[in-house]
Design a protein around this ligand. Structure first.
Ligand SMILES: C[S@@+](CC[C@H](N)C(=O)[O-])C[C@H]1O[C@@H](n2cnc3c(N)ncnc32)[C@H](O)[C@@H]1O
Length: 301
């Protein structure tokens, strides 16, 4: 088995706020005797939570053959064969033997849409969710924000590291390409403009997603534009939301940071940001491949 995959599942299971949020959402949605579909089931943790909250049966769909083989063993070891059925394959085309009351999934990428959760859950719901059934999460929003960073991240390539006054590193800015870095924020950066919405998708039988678009960030505070960040907020159920910004201890999702050549901006400027999603099989999953282009407009520019 790919050891990076194993580590990914380990880090996800260790993310306590993530599991707590899903536990709360499933507790509020699942009714005694419900049929639940766990899409992208991995180590079956969401299936287990659904059973604990009263589901009569869970269909756990997992595309990765190595992960599915491990999941089969977990089912056997926990003696759950009569309540938990593993379906190995692509969830978009799965047709289950029973209509489901609830579809649950955690396929949020660091930005939100990379793992195509909105499209996949839309397809699963159309084929398998009973009328009036519930999807968890029910909404996925991606935000972009313009920031002034400091020596915790890309802001370093100006004044240099702490303790070395006068050591200029601006030259490094000129080799930057319009691709994302992943970052866990230890400190809050300064937001130069209120965050704007890149995509806002309801999830259900009718859902499709198209995050590729242009966003305008209106500068409220003058400062040095150093990066644009992208992060998600997933609405799981009433009053239960999960987001990767601000970074929290144990958070398994990094925040995307597109570093820019540092540029002074003034209140009243507009930062026009275009995001291009890479085409081709599997390429959208790779954070590095999402391109961000940025221009600044405003009085006197
Ligand atoms: C982020 S992990 C979540 C695993 C588990 N549900 C959890 O919460 O710990 C996503 C899983 O979905 C699987 N997956 C991704 N796309 C899928 C698809 N279209 N159909 C079925 N499984 C998929 C991946 O192989 C991976 O195991």
């Amino acid at each position: 088995m790919d050891q990076r995959l194993l580590l990914m599942h380990q880090v996800m299971l260790a993310d306590r706020p993530r599991l707590h949020a899903y536990d709360q959402a499933l507790a509020s949605v699942v009714r005694e005797g419900d049929v639940v579909v766990d899409v992208g089931a991995g180590t079956l943790v969401l299936s287990m939570l659904a059973l604990r909250h009263g589901a009569a049966h869970v269909y756990a769909i997992e595309a990765d053959p190595a992960m599915a083989a491990v999941a089969e063993q977990i089912i056997r070891q926990n003696d759950l064969g009569d309540r938990l059925t593993l379906v190995q394959g692509e969830a978009r085309i799965a047709k289950l033997p029973q209509a489901a009351d609830v579809v649950v999934s955690e396929m949020m990428g660091n930005l939100g849409p990379e793992e195509q959760m909105v499209e996949v859950l839309g397809a699963v719901a159309r084929r398998n969710l009973r009328e009036g059934g519930t999807v968890i999460p029910r909404r996925l929003v991606t935000h972009l924000a313009a920031i002034e960073f400091d020596d915790e991240g890309w802001g370093l390539w100006r004044d240099g590291p702490p303790g070395l006054p006068g050591y200029r590193l601006d030259a490094v800015q000129h080799v930057v390409e319009p691709h994302a870095q992943l970052h866990f924020f230890q400190r809050e950066p300064r937001f130069l403009a209120p965050p704007a919405v890149l995509s806002d998708d309801g999830i259900g039988p009718g859902s499709v997603s198209s995050p590729e678009r242009e966003v305008r960030l209106r500068v409220r505070e003058s400062g040095c534009l150093q990066a644009v960040i992208g992060y998600f907020a997933a609405e799981l159920a009433d009053g239960v939301t999960l987001s990767n910004y601000p970074s929290y201890p144990g958070c398994n999702w990094a925040v995307w940071v597109w570093p820019l050549r540092h540029k002074e901006v003034r209140a009243g400027d507009e930062i026009v940001v275009g995001v291009t999603v890479p085409r081709g099989r599997g390429r959208a999953r790779d954070a590095m491949e999402w391109r961000l282009d940025c221009r600044i407009t405003g009085p006197g520019r």
